[in-house]
Design a protein. Structure first.
Lengths: 315, 429
């Protein structure tokens, strides 16, 4: 943390009544408090420096880390509140992708060539819907995270990035529950995972980075432009059809694959399917998507940090 | 001698007031609520883009001292605290804080309506900067201080406003930062609880913490803060010993409340405000001088611009030194007549019965709050009237000491010598 040397002399300032507004008060005849700080010891740590900052700033990831306990509390709060006063509680975490799976199986699933021939369509769809639900819910949660926390943003300091991150984090729990159902489904269809299943961990991280990137962008923009509220559902729905959620990316013509892969979720979804259900490893897709995802993530952090200072004033 | 805990140099904050007409709802509200009356002087120049909420503010606070910040609404007190607690950034200038910082700008920061009292203690504690282990260690003490008893596992949305305030303050009272910023949070809660909070704050100050305390309550400032910063129009008017600054401030900003009819300033941005206060005798005369043997009616012309569920008036009768003699809020009448008043102008009266207060000079302090609104505080005009009471209709007259002029009922009854009562009529049990 930045820290200045202790100046050799410090005095308690008493600024005179310089404002015309206080003319009626006259210049108060008050003996100023003057304290000689000349002989003082160096100032104790920690020192917080508050000043106007302009332009680029560091991402503040260290500070984020030091506040991880608060992040934990935000995640805990979101989970507690989300399923309070619901009949099915955390079951909702599973019901959403399961119901979608059923709907898509009886509709799109009957069309020829939507999914690979060697995998049952319900399983194929569910393997895509689980990471997709993580992404879509995170987007909704994160984009709203700052606006819905207005009362604390204007009343107390903490790294604001915690809010979209915690929103995404809370859906990671839902994701974990849905993954259990996915395993059950694999057992039911008799699909045994290969060693590639170990890739799920980095792929989940990939999904997280993607959700955090887009979510953080939307959260910051939403502070100033409430239009985001209307954009998110539309964006999510459109992206769902532009991502291989309910169909395989092989449906996309060869020449367009690179463009298709620029959508970070393409890599995430194809990666998940490959790690769980086998098939050829979609190296290029994942690589392009991962780069796009990291780019979105970093640009989101930069934008967030640049606008963060005004959150309390404009929210 | 100690070190400097807070060093502020040339701190300035500019708000763009041109954006107030933009379509992004809340933005304007927050801006307006943080900048209030001084800008009314600038209304002529409303097109001006910039408003300096704080201008070139500099001071040092030695570590371990308790400093009050006073000033009119909109003088920049809250902006100063918001900058020092890092909620918003200054436009110019610099401040250094030496120590762990805690801020208490609201009672119940981070409370979530759906969560229980227990859960909210954990959450609010974490948001205010406590570590998990710290909260766990203090949890029982916090709950005991809040005095919410068996409701600790009830969702906060079912709490009364008093309980919510107590729980919120209890969490905050157990913060252990080296530097603490407090914004007028003592203006809420009942009197007994306010006293408890003041005591707790004294304790905090006594533990060598540096406290910066914003308040309109000169009594609290006088009790708690040896030194005071007086802000006006975003600038430091003076920073000095409280016993010198406060009287000077009171003299400078006090309204002329000597006539029994006081016009208050207008501001259409307020959701509700009192435009005029009159003191009425039982015969309807407007006068700032009354008799102890008469009732005294405080009549307020209340302009309501938005329906406010849970709106209530809080009224204190104070001595000149700021000490509260009596307090009443509109909940004392059931149902609260101010609750959810229709938009428009209303005459609100509160009547002090005859033979309540002793002879002397009194100030009337007024505050409007809403227990369910967006902001707790609706309107804080402070001291709105002043009156003198004479006791001309009793033998003791103006020489009657004490706070009350209540005439006690005296009786004497002769004790019959042959009765059960022995010797001089003193009943022995």
């Amino acid at each position: 943390m930045a820290r200045d040397d202790a100046p050799s002399e410090r005095r308690v300032h008493t600024t005179g009544a310089s404002s015309a507004d206080t003319a009626s008060a006259g210049k108060p005849d008050i003996e100023p408090v003057t304290v000689d700080f000349g002989s003082r010891r160096p100032l104790p740590d920690p020192v917080v420096v508050i000043e106007a900052r302009h332009g680029w700033r560091e991402l503040g990831l260290a500070e984020l880390w030091s506040h991880r306990e608060l992040m934990y509390f935000f995640v805990w709060r979101d989970l507690k509140v989300r399923y309070r006063q619901t009949v099915f509680g955390a079951l909702w975490a599973v019901m959403q992708p399961v119901l979608l799976m059923v709907v898509f199986t009886v509709s799109v699933g009957r069309l020829p060539g939507v999914g690979p021939a060697n995998v049952p369509y319900p399983l194929f769809a569910f393997a895509g819907l689980v990471p997709w639900t993580l992404f879509a819910s995170s987007l909704a949660g994160a984009s709203n995270s700052l606006v819905s926390s207005e009362s604390i943003i204007t009343k107390v300091y903490f790294p604001r990035l915690l809010l979209p991150f915690a929103a995404v984090g809370s859906f990671l729990i839902d994701f974990a529950i849905a993954m259990v159902v996915l395993v059950v489904l694999m057992l039911y269809f008799g699909v045994a995972p290969t060693i590639a299943v170990l890739w799920l961990l980095p792929l989940t991280l990939f999904a997280l980075v993607t959700a955090l990137g887009v979510g953080t962008w939307l959260a910051a923009v939403n502070v100033r432009y409430r239009d985001v509220k209307y954009v998110v559902p539309f964006l999510t729905q459109t992206l769902m059809f532009l991502s291989p959620v309910i169909y395989a990316s092989t449906l996309i013509p060869e020449g367009w694959q690179w463009l298709y892969a620029l959508n970070p979720m393409t890599g995430v979804l194809e990666g998940f399917r490959w790690a769980l259900l086998g098939g050829p490893r979609p190296d290029e897709l994942i690589l392009v998507s991962a780069m796009a995802s990291v780019l979105v993530f970093i640009s989101a952090l930069i934008y967030f940090r640049r606008t963060e200072q005004t959150f309390a004033d404009v929210i | 001698m100690t070190d400097v805990a807070i060093s502020v140099r040339g701190l300035s904050k500019k708000y763009k007031i041109g954006v107030k007409r933009d379509p992004y709802g809340r933005l304007t509200e927050v801006l307006w609520s943080s900048l209030t009356s001084p800008f009314r002087r600038r209304r002529e120049q409303r097109d001006a883009e910039d408003f300096w909420a704080l201008q070139d503010v500099s001071f040092d606070v030695p570590s371990g001292s308790v400093v009050g910040v006073i000033g009119r609404n909109g003088a920049g007190k809250s902006t100063l605290l918001k900058i020092l607690s890092r909620i918003t950034e200054p436009t110019r200038g610099r401040a250094e804080l030496h120590g762990r910082v805690g801020s208490l700008l609201e009672v119940g920061t981070g409370f979530h309506q759906e969560l229980t009292g227990r859960e909210n203690v954990l959450l609010s504690g974490a948001i205010l900067g406590m570590k998990r282990a710290e909260i766990a260690r203090k949890f029982d003490e916090i709950v005991a201080f809040a005095d919410v008893g068996q409701f600790i596992d009830t969702p906060v949305k079912r709490y009364s406003s008093g309980m919510r305030v107590r729980l919120g303050f209890a969490v905050a009272a157990f913060l252990e930062p080296e530097i603490l910023f407090i914004d007028e949070v003592l203006a809420v809660g009942d009197l007994a609880f306010q006293g408890k909070c003041l005591g707790k704050m004294n304790e905090v100050a006594g533990q060598g913490r540096t406290v910066v305390f914003v308040s309109h309550n000169m009594g609290a400032i006088g009790t708690l803060c040896p030194m005071t910063i007086w802000l006006d129009a975003g600038r430091v008017v003076t920073f000095g010993k409280t016993d010198q600054v406060v009287p000077e401030y009171v003299r400078a900003v006090g309204r002329d409340v000597s006539s029994g009819e006081v016009e208050l300033d207008h501001d259409e941005r307020r959701e509700a405000e009192v435009s005029r206060v009159r003191l009425l005798s039982p015969r309807g005369d407007v006068s700032a001088v009354g008799e102890c043997s008469d009732s005294l009616t405080i009549e307020m012309l209340l302009d309501v611009r938005r329906r406010l569920p849970g709106l209530y008036a809080y009224l204190e009768v104070r001595l000149a030194n700021g000490m509260t003699v009596m307090m009443s809020d509109s909940f004392d009448t059931d149902p609260n007549p101010l609750d959810n008043l229709a938009v428009g102008t209303h005459v609100v009266t509160a009547t002090i019965p005859p033979r309540t207060l002793g002879p002397g000079r009194y100030d009337v302090y007024l505050n409007l709050s809403s227990i369910s609104g967006h902001e707790f505080n609706v309107y804080s005009p402070g001291v709105v009237a002043s009156f003198r009471l004479h006791d001309s209709n009793s033998p003791r007259g103006n020489g009657r000491p004490g706070f009350f002029s209540t005439m006690l009922r005296w009786q004497a009854a002769e004790v019959r010598p042959d009765g059960q009562d022995n010797d001089r009529g003193v009943r022995r049990d």
